[in-house]
Design a protein around this ligand. Structure first.
Ligand code: SF4
Ligand SMILES: [Zn+2]
Length: 385
């Protein structure tokens, strides 16, 4: 049977065939029959999901937040390339109209008691709300206006290139005070390019931050813990550095530990046994190390949120299976309480195994680490012949 590797090999050497880009072999799962079937099965009049979670207001008071994840056309960066871990395309539909988006909004309001019980509304679009190619301008305006009219703090997500002075001035006409969350992922241009395939650089992030500051808007930065092609130990070292680098430019820092979403590049690595999602212990260690930088005495420089999606599951951040629930709960509690006391009673046999792995990763020349999920035999690397 012909594999992807065969095609790559064919094109590494002169042949009659026209060249095939590696990029097209390892991505574009949206064109596979299973992805197309799934895409067209979604009801465009209903949002992808709607829920309420405990949150903190921008002043640090406990509150409730609604999260509305709209079913959209997805992210324009994904249409042409896409980040290595992003499975949002699984939730999109190409033909979503402005009417559909309004129906989704009405559905969400109805489901959440007209947003009466929440102080904050997060409107996520599996892309950027302020990107005209993804979201009709009229609907962008509607969301900005409507949340302001309801007196709820709006949180949106965006890539950097949309956050120009003109666009933000336009948005502020309808809503003078909202938060923009940017998926920076890593404060390192090489990691952005080669591990994440982010499609923007640190320079672009700094420009966006400058514009957000000029417009007095709140900034939330997402950082990725353990991108592809990086060991657990190196991820810990790097992520500590990244938090320190963005702390002065972020009102909130949200660490997203890798979780494996279907049809992505990281999914391929994972299924091939070449990637283990992060240990929960690594997240505890990360929090302990950066805590003094995000909080100095009573002064919170930046709120640190760590939310391990699918914690304890094989595709999410996990430990040995015995201590996962307890450790994940402590991490979740820290995001609200901001105190290291949450971790004082945690212990498990697997802690020493994790520690040894980190030590080896940080001291041995093994670029993608010694993690246990790397279960393939060396011969498997060559089995495409
Ligand atoms: S920019 Fe965001 S939505 Fe777009 S592909 Fe990357 S992670 Fe996904
Ligand atoms: Zn354990």
């Amino acid at each position: 049977m012909k594999t992807d590797y065969d095609v790559i090999m064919v094109n590494l050497f002169p042949s009659q065939k026209s060249g095939v880009k590696l990029h097209h072999l390892i991505k574009a799962p949206e064109n596979t029959p299973w992805a197309l079937e799934k895409k067209h099965s979604w009801d465009a009049s209903k949002p992808a999901t709607v829920y309420v979670t405990p949150e903190l207001t921008k002043e640090g008071e406990p509150c409730k937040a609604a999260t509305v994840i709209l079913r959209t056309k997805g992210c324009h960066w994904w249409w042409s390339s896409g980040c290595t871990f992003c499975g949002y395309f699984n939730d999109t539909r190409d033909d979503v109209t402005s009417d559909d988006l309004h129906n989704q909004w009405d559905y969400s309001m109805k489901k959440l008691n007209n947003f009466e019980d929440v102080e904050m509304i997060k409107v996520y679009t599996s892309g950027s709300l302020l990107e005209d190619r993804e979201i009709p301008l009229e609907f962008q305006e509607f969301v900005l206006k409507e949340t302001h009219k309801l007196g709820k703090h709006l949180v949106i997500e965006s890539r950097t290139e949309q956050l120009t002075s003109d666009k933000l001035s336009w948005a502020k006409k309808f809503n003078p005070n909202f938060t923009v969350a940017i998926g920076l992922e890593a404060y390192d241009d090489e990691v952005l390019r080669f591990h994440v395939n982010k499609g923007f650089s640190l320079k672009s992030w700094h420009n966006a931050v400058e514009q957000l500051k000029n417009h007095s808007l709140r900034i939330k930065s997402y950082l990725m813990f353990k991108p592809p092609f990086m060991s657990e130990g190196e991820s810990l070292t790097q992520c500590i550095k990244w938090v320190k680098s963005v702390v002065n430019d972020s009102d909130e820092i949200s660490i997203n530990p890798m979780n494996i979403q279907r049809g992505t590049i990281i999914d391929r690595l994972y299924r091939n046994g070449d990637y283990r999602p992060p240990w929960l212990w690594s997240l505890v260690e990360l929090i302990k190390q950066v805590h003094p930088f995000v909080k100095q005495g009573d002064k919170v420089l930046s709120r640190l949120i760590v939310h391990p999606t699918a914690a304890g599951k094989p595709r999410g951040a996990h430990n040995c299976g015995t201590c996962d629930a307890e450790v994940a709960a402590a991490i979740e509690r820290y995001s609200v309480s901001g105190t290291l006391d949450e971790f004082s009673d945690l212990s498990c046999e697997c802690y020493s195994r994790w520690k040894e792995e980190i030590y080896s990763d940080q001291n041995l020349p093994v670029p993608i680490g010694v993690g246990l999920n790397r279960r393939n035999k060396i011969e498997k690397l060559f089995d495409f012949y």
